[in-house]
Design a protein around this ligand. Structure first.
Ligand code: FRU
Length: 504
């Protein structure tokens, strides 16, 4: 079957204009040493949520919310990149640009959404956003591509024109999947202070029927559920979302059961996808080997408690990056673990390993090699038995005089693990902390990825993650293990320098 497309010229012209702006920014841009090296960033300018993640024709596709005209949020486009291995990305032309009456607005555009393979046709579902007479109008739209690069908007757009009664004008971020020949879509919304996930179904991605409220907040889970994602894992189902108005919690997941007859998702377990300051709007996809993988935007919005600004003025031609892809699995406790994809190991270069355990004494920090400030991966295990230490940890990105540093510290008494970025760079602020539930009092293992301007910290068998940005001086690269009061034994320590061939 063929379907009509419209606005081809307007859409093409809008993409061409945006591409010219990116070219100019790339040509004029200076190399910013704070640009992440192993995390995906756009060639230039602002990005936010990952969109349309899909493994299609043997390649991974990553689309993303993109403002090609500057390093701040603006009228939303969909940037596009692809990869064969999830670590080296090739930039592709912009996939979607605002061009139609339903998505052309300076404070609107082509908002977040997802991608599906519709019998070989790469199909994007996104939220067209405009503001008419001061009122937010969000509708759901379709764009398709035969070659996986050039996308045409469907003539029948919007495919969902108005929110249902249970929703509100906040009505966005379609995530689409197929079950037994039927397409399903979950949308984020909220009404009267209650965040909601709304369910639709369709035979063909074009005609959609409203099923109902699939799940909603019990009054404690925020007033608007952004970027909902829904998928099976093991014998359970997961609804992952980014709730607005839930204090410190920015990306949570609910584990439960789905009834496709009633369209209701009921959950009995809740967890944090990542408790860090800068991890938002994760989206999942399935790859050919059956892995469920998530990628998130590494930044935060101005309505969040710790928000300072999207980045300090020293950050120039880019703004925003994507997390390392993480594999989602269900553990025996019914909670999710998020392990960095195996492919990350292909970035490992120079390696440092201690010969066996070593002891760190108060006042005698153990200096670690800094690998000339290159991105690093580190796995460190501390022995918790036989120590009275109440504060120990790691100093990263430290200046020679110790005035600037980023500190990862653990308190075995309170089981509180934190990252303090308040002295990282004179700009970042906040101490991010988490209570480690599963700590057995025997050992603490931390798995870290440290890039030019962010840290991803994973622990507790990958059930706990803490990700945040900081913007240290590139010369600040001292690194050491310390303890405040009693000796602590480091049972094992490995560090790898990481580097990537193609800069995504
Ligand atoms: C989440 C979000 C989405 C929206 C997009 C706009 O970060 O607010 O809800 O579609 O960003 O860029």
């Amino acid at each position: 079957m063929t379907y009509e497309t419209v606005g081809l010229n307007a859409h093409r012209a809008a993409i061409a204009r945006a591409e010219r702006s990116v070219e100019l920014a790339v040509r004029e841009g200076i190399h910013d040493p704070l640009r992440p090296q192993i995390h995906f960033t756009a060639r230039a300018n602002w990005i936010n949520d990952p969109n349309g993640l899909i493994h299609f024709n043997d390649e991974y596709h990553l689309f993303y919310q993109y403002y090609p005209y500057g390093n701040r949020w603006g009228s939303m486009h969909w940037g596009h990149a692809k990869s064969k291995d999830l670590v080296n990305w090739e930039h592709l032309p912009i996939a979607l640009a605002p061009s139609e009456e339903y998505d052309l607005h300076e404070r609107g555009g082509c908002y977040s959404g997802s991608a599906v393979d519709d019998n070989g046709v790469l199909s994007l579902l996104y939220t067209g956003t405009v503001i008419r007479d001061g009122v937010l109008c969000q509708t759901q739209c379709l764009a398709t591509s035969q070659d996986g690069i050039t996308f045409e908007k469907y003539a029948g757009n919007p495919v969902i024109t108005v929110p249902p009664e249970e929703g509100s004008s906040d009505f966005r971020d379609p995530k689409v999947w197929k079950v037994e020949g039927v397409w399903y879509m979950v949308l984020g919304s909220g009404r009267d202070g209650i965040g909601k996930a709304l369910l639709y179904r369709s035979p063909d991605l074009r005609k959609w029927d409203y099923v109902g409220v699939m799940a909603e907040s019990d009054g404690t889970l925020g007033y608007m559920w952004e970027c909902p994602d829904f998928f099976p894992v093991g014998d359970k189902y997961v609804l992952m979302l980014s709730p607005m108005g839930m204090g410190d919690k920015k990306t949570i997941y609910l584990v439960g059961d789905m009834d496709y007859i009633t369209g209701k998702f009921t959950w009995d377990k809740m967890g944090d996808t990542d408790i860090g300051f800068d991890f938002y709007g994760p989206q999942s996809f399935l790859d050919a080997s059956g892995r469920r993988i998530i990628i998130a935007w590494l930044n935060s919005w101005d309505w969040m408690p710790w928000f300072n600004d999207y980045s300090p003025p020293s950050v120039t031609e880019w703004c925003g990056s994507m997390s390392i892809p993480r594999v989602v699995e269900l553990n025996a406790q019914g909670l999710l673990s998020f392990k960095p994809v195996e492919e990350m190991k292909t970035l490992r270069n120079r390696h440092y390993q201690t010969d066996g355990p070593f002891c760190v004494k108060p006042g005698e920090p153990e200096a670690l090699p800094d690998f000339a400030g290159m991105p690093l991966e580190m796995i460190i295990s501390f022995r918790l038995r036989d120590t009275a230490a109440t504060r120990f940890g790691l100093v990263l990105k430290g200046s020679e005089d110790g005035a600037r540093q980023t500190v990862i510290e653990y308190n075995p008494e309170s089981k509180q693990l934190c990252i303090d970025r308040s002295q990282s760079d004179g700009w970042s602020k906040g101490v991010c902390s988490v209570h480690l539930h599963s700590s057995d009092g025997e050992q603490l293992t931390l798995h870290l990825f440290v890039d030019s301007s962010n840290i991803e910290l994973l622990t507790e068998n990958y059930t706990t993650a803490m990700t945040l940005n900081m913007y240290p001086n590139p010369d600040d690269r001292c690194m050491h293990v310390y303890t405040a009061d009693d000796s602590i034994e480091v049972e094992s320590l490995e560090i790898w320098e990481l580097s990537r061939e193609i800069n995504g």
